[in-house]
Design a protein around this ligand. Structure first.
Ligand SMILES: C[S@@+](CC[C@H](N)C(=O)[O-])C[C@H]1O[C@@H](n2cnc3c(N)ncnc32)[C@H](O)[C@@H]1O
Length: 517
C-alpha cells in the first residue's frame, strides 16, 4: 500500500482505469511531459528524426496520450509524427520548434505509419518495372512478403512478344465480368498478354479489385471470416472470392488461418476505406484511370508517351474540368498519398526563415497544412486550378493552423503567381514535357524575390551513373530526374545554394535560394 490510491496505474492496476483525461504521467506521479518541455525550452532539441517514440507498455489506453500536446496544432494529430523529421541536410535549427518536436515524441504523436513503399510499388507496379525483377521490393516493410511468382512485369519481354512468367491473362473472373480477357486490352502494337495465367492475375489488379469490393472493410469490421462468409457479405461468387482472398494472402495483404481471413497490419492501415492513412483513393484512381493506359504500352512506344496520354482523352489536368466526380477521384488519390509524404517534405529542410509560402498545384492543401503546422509563423497559399480549389473544402479537417492557409484559384502557366517567400512544387515536375516544365520554372523564378526559395519534391530517380533499371514510361510526357538533375534544373533557373535531401523512401526534396538577378 505504498500508492496514494492503493494501486499503481503504471502497473497491473492500470486495468482498473478506463481512461485518463490529461497527462498520464501526472497521474503516475511525475509530470515527465511537462518536465521535458521545460528542458527543451532550455536546451536545443533533438531533431524529430532522431527521436524515438516513448512507449509505456503498462499504459492502459494509448489513446490517453493523444491530446496531451499543447502545441500549435491543439492536440495530437495522427497525421503528425517524428518518423520523418528534418531528414536530409542538417537544418539550422529553430528554437521555436523545440517544445513542439519534443511534445510530439513524448506525447506519442508520432503515430504516422512507416512509409508503405512496398504497397505503393504494388499499386504503381504496372507503370514501370525492373527488368526481370522479382518485384519483391522492400516488401517486408509492409508485410508484402512475396509475390505469387517472379518476373511479373518485364516491358522489354512484353514488347518482344515473349512470354512472361506468372502473369495474368484474365482478371475478369475476379471482377465478375465474364468473358473480358486481358487480351481485349492488348494494344495495337500486339503486346502479348497471352501468357498470364488465370491463376496469377496481376497483383495490382487484384489489389484494386479487392479495394473496389470493399473486402478490407468487411474484414476490418468482422474478420476473421471464412471465404464463404466473405462472399455472402460481398454478394460475390464463393469460389472466385476464395481465389481472390488467397491471392491477397499471398501478397501479404491478408492473413489466412484456420479461423479464416483477416487483414494484415498494412491492409488495416492503408486499405480500409475510412482509415486515416487509407490509400484507397490511389487504388481507386489507378484502377479507373491509369491501368488502362498501361495496357497501351505498345502504342506508347510506337507513337510516343504524349500519344498514350492522349489516349485518355486529354491531359490529366485538362480532363479535371470535364467531370466533378473525376476531379474528386483525382483529389482523393493525391490527398491520400500526400498525407503520407507531406510531413517528410515539410521537414526535409528547416524552412523557418520564410514568412510565406505558395504551394503551386497544392491540390487539397495537405502539404500546406503540414507546413503551417511545422512552422508556426508561416502563411501558406495553395494555388491550384479553379475546379480543384472549389472542391478542396471537402478535404479540410480544421485545426488552428488553417487560419494561416488560403486557397487561390488560377493557372500557373497564365495567371500571375501569388507573392511568396518560398514557392513549393510537390510532385509537379516529372509529368510535364520539358517546354512546360521550363516555362513554369521560369515564371517562378521571375516571381521569386532574391533570397526567396523554391522547394521541389519529386519521386526520387536513381542517381546518374548508378545502375539504372530500364524504364518505359507509358503515362507521362515527362521523366523522373535524379537529385543532380534537379539541382541543375534549379540552378538553370536562377536558384543557387541548391541542397538535396531524401524524404522517406519515395521522395527527393530540393531547396534552392533565388540569386539576385
Ligand atoms: C500531380 S498533382 C500534385 C498535387 C500535390 N502537389 C501533391 O504533391 O500531391 C498536380 C496538381 O497540379 C494542379 N495543376 C495542374 N495544372 C495546373 C495549372 N496549370 N495551374 C495550377 N495548378 C495546376 C492539379 O490540379 C493538381 O492538383
Amino acid at each position: 500500500m505504498d500508492k496514494a490510491g492503493g494501486y499503481g496505474i503504471q502497473a497491473l492496476g492500470g486495468m482498473l482505469v478506463e481512461y485518463v483525461h490529461g497527462d498520464f504521467l501526472n497521474v503516475v506521479g511525475f509530470p515527465l511531459n511537462h518536465f521535458c518541455k521545460e528542458l527543451a525550452r532550455l536546451y536545443y532539441p533533438p531533431r524529430p528524426a532522431d527521436l524515438r517514440r516513448v512507449r509505456h507498455d503498462s499504459i492502459p489506453a494509448v489513446d490517453t496520450f493523444e491530446n496531451l500536446s499543447d502545441s500549435e496544432a491543439g492536440g495530437a494529430d495522427p497525421g503528425q509524427s517524428a518518423k520523418g523529421g528534418r531528414g536530409g541536410e542538417q537544418a539550422d535549427g529553430d528554437r521555436s520548434q523545440a517544445p513542439r518536436a519534443l511534445d510530439a515524441a513524448l506525447n506519442g504523436a508520432d503515430s504516422r505509419p512507416r512509409f508503405p513503399t512496398g504497397l505503393l510499388e504494388l499499386m504503381d507496379g504496372f507503370k514501370a518495372s525492373k527488368r526481370g525483377a522479382t518485384l519483391c521490393p522492400k516488401s517486408r516493410e509492409v508485410g508484402l512478403e512475396c509475390w505469387p511468382r517472379g518476373r511479373l512485369w518485364d516491358p522489354a519481354a512484353l514488347l518482344a512478344g515473349q512470354q512472361v512468367d506468372g502473369g495474368p491473362q484474365d482478371t475478369s473472373c475476379l471482377q465478375g465480368r465474364p468473358g473480358l480477357p486481358m487480351a481485349d486490352h492488348a494494344d495495337q502494337a500486339g503486346v502479348c498478354w497471352g501468357s498470364w495465367s488465370k491463376c496469377h492475375p496481376p497483383p495490382p489488379k487484384v489489389l484494386f479489385t479487392a479495394c473496389k469490393l470493399k473486402l478490407f472493410d468487411v474484414l476490418k469490421d468482422q474478420g476473421p471470416l471464412q471465404a464463404v462468409d466473405v462472399a455472402r457479405k460481398l454478394s460475390t461468387c464463393a469460389g472466385r472470392t476464395e481465389q481472390l482472398l488467397d491471392v491477397c494472402a499471398a501478397l501479404g495483404l491478408l492473413e489466412k488461418t484456420r479461423r479464416g481471413y483477416s487483414n494484415t497490419e498494412v491492409a488495416t492501415l492503408h486499405l480500409v476505406s475510412d482509415g486515416e492513412h487509407s490509400l484507397q483513393g490511389v487504388a481507386e484512381y489507378n484502377d479507373a484511370h491509369v491501368w488502362g493506359v498501361f495496357t497501351r504500352l505498345g502504342l506508347a512506344v510506337r507513337e510516343g508517351a504524349e500519344q498514350t496520354r492522349g489516349a485518355l482523352g486529354a491531359m490529366e489536368e485538362e480532363r479535371l474540368s470535364q467531370s466533378r466526380e473525376l476531379t474528386l477521384q483525382f483529389m482523393r488519390a493525391k490527398h491520400s498519398l500526400s498525407k503520407l509524404t507531406a510531413h517528410h517534405v515539410a521537414t526535409a529542410f528547416d524552412l523557418s526563415r520564410f514568412a510565406s509560402a505558395c504551394d503551386l498545384g497544392g491540390c487539397t492543401g495537405i502539404l500546406a497544412r503540414e507546413l503551417a503546422q511545422e512552422y508556426p509563423r508561416l502563411q501558406v497559399t495553395v494555388f491550384d486550378l479553379p475546379e480543384v480549389t472549389e472542391l478542396s473544402g471537402g478535404f479540410q479537417c480544421g485545426g488552428r493552423q488553417t487560419e494561416r492557409i488560403r486557397f487561390v484559384s488560377g493557372d500557373f502557366f497564365k495567371d500571375s503567381l501569388p507573392e511568396a517567400d518560398l514557392y513549393v512544387l510537390s510532385r509537379m515536375l516529372q509529368d510535364w514535357p520539358d517546354d512546360k516544365l521550363h516555362k513554369l520554372l521560369s515564371r517562378i523564378s521571375s516571381s521569386c524575390k532574391p533570397g526567396g526559395g523554391l522547394l521541389v519534391a519529386e519521386a526520387a530517380a536513381e542517381e546518374e551513373g548508378a545502375s539504372q533499371s530500364p524504364r518505359l514510361r507509358t503515362l507521362s510526357a515527362g521523366q523522373p530526374r535524379s537529385p543532380d538533375e534537379h539541382r541543375r534544373l534549379l540552378q538553370r533557373h536562377g536558384f543557387q545554394d541548391v541542397r538535396v535531401a531524401r524524404a522517406g523512401d519515395l521522395l527527393c526534396v530540393v531547396l534552392g535560394t533565388r540569386a539576385a538577378p
